[in-house]
Design a protein around this ligand. Structure first.
Ligand code: FEO
Length: 395
């Protein structure tokens, strides 16, 4: 199935209703996803991006129903990651000489993945391709989120083909942003930003200002995942600027793991203490061993501070807390505060290990953390409440 976006532009991608994990097991996609590819018909015909490899045959068959493949004059690959380039090998078997417009870095990534000497045409920022009444303007978008990433702008229709930028893992029969549930859409857009783009926030800001300074009118943003932004498309651009600016809500997230409930009781008492001091603050608790890691990361993204707790296990910390701290470190959050806590029986290194990890991840430690020996009694829980109160006062 294909869908018209404008007279000249047709969506020829694939909705993946079944996708639950992306990047191997690194990213959860509870609402599926889509791999958006677009066909432009002007005097010349252009295909923008393809779909993920498992759907390569479906994609090519579908495209054949829309157009004689030999009529495709140019292919533009905005980004070499296999969710967008995966159908290239199947497509290029049919039209092997068709030029592929992409960045020099995309030639490297595409050759690295497929080991083919296709007819690559390297483009850089400001290069254009005349396709008839419209022309395509290419804008390199290095590290958004790969070195090879690029945006393509179509004059006349005023469409920005933004690839991963402004996208969401969100399968929907509705193609346009004004037709879907706004809360779901923004949750998925934020989750995408938090889990994938956070490390590149500096590049995001720079690229958006560069785009705005180009004074290109934008009527539609065609992303490579999720919806097409046609209703006030700059809303997501402005939202990205907000998110890229070390975004935070009035929220504290408590992430913990627990063996015999001691660290859980501490987490809950700390939350009570915080709430008693500041009722306006949003406090959320997640057991990292039971809750989706990427949804937790989305909550960390929204938070001005985090508390992370684990019981001491074998002189270390729990598997799930070590895992979430590794993700947090990689994402490079900025301007957030933190503290550690945890129950222990004898050696009790866990709290110190977490504090060090948080500091290494760029968080500002508010204090040295709090520990409780064995199972916290009333006095220990009261100390946790007081600790929570002091923590919130120092934010
Ligand atoms: Fe949707 Fe970076 O690939």
């Amino acid at each position: 199935m294909t869908r018209k976006i404008t007279e000249k532009v047709t969506w020829v991608g694939k909705i993946d209703w079944e996708l639950k994990k992306f990047h191997g097991n690194e990213l959860s996609t509870h609402r599926g996803s889509s791999y958006n590819a677009y066909l432009i018909r002007d005097e010349k015909t252009v295909l923008i991006d393809t779909v993920w490899k498992p759907y390569d045959k479906e994609f090519v068959e579908n495209l054949k129903k829309e157009i004689d493949l030999k009529e495709i004059d140019y292919i533009v690959i905005n980004h070499g990651e296999t969710d967008h380039s995966g159908a290239l090998p199947a497509l290029m078997k049919e039209i092997p000489d068709t030029p592929i417009y992409c960045t020099a870095n995309a030639v490297k990534s595409l050759k690295g993945h497929y080991h083919q000497n296709w007819n690559f045409v390297k483009v850089k920022t400001g290069d254009t391709l005349d396709i008839g009444n419209s022309k395509l303007i290419f804008v390199e978008a290095r590290m958004l989120h790969w070195p090879d990433s690029m945006l393509t702008y179509m004059t006349g229709e005023n469409i920005l083909f933004s690839n991963d930028a402004f996208g969401q893992h969100y399968a929907s029969e509705e193609l346009f942003n004004d037709k879907v549930d706004t809360d779901e859409l923004y949750y998925e857009a934020m989750k995408y930003y938090a889990n994938i783009l956070t490390p590149f926030s500096g590049f995001v800001k720079k690229k958006i200002y560069e785009l705005l300074n180009m004074n290109l009118p934008v009527s539609i943003i065609c992303t490579s995942h999720g919806v097409v932004w046609r209703d006030n498309p700059l809303q997501i651009v402005n939202k990205y600027l907000e998110w890229a600016n070390d975004y935070q809500d009035n929220q504290v997230t408590i992430i913990y793991d627990t063996m015999w409930d001691g660290t859980r009781r501490m987490a809950e008492a700390i939350a009570e203490g915080m709430k008693a001091v500041d009722d306006s603050i949003v406090i959320k608790l997640y057991n990292a061993s039971k809750y989706d890691k990427n949804d937790i990361i989305t909550e960390v993204f929204k938070s001005k501070a985090v508390l992370v707790g684990s019981p001491t296990i074998n002189r270390g910390i729990s598997f799930s807390i070590a895992g979430i701290l590794e993700i947090i470190k990689g994402l490079g959050f900025r301007n957030k505060k933190a503290a550690a806590f945890g129950a222990y029986g004898w050696s009790g290194e866990g709290t110190g290990i977490i504090a060090k990890e948080l500091e290494n991840a760029g968080f500002t430690l508010v204090n040295d953390g709090i520990r409780a020996m064995w199972y916290p009694d009333d006095q220990a829980l009261n100390e946790c409440r007081e600790f929570g109160g002091r923590f919130v006062r120092e934010l």
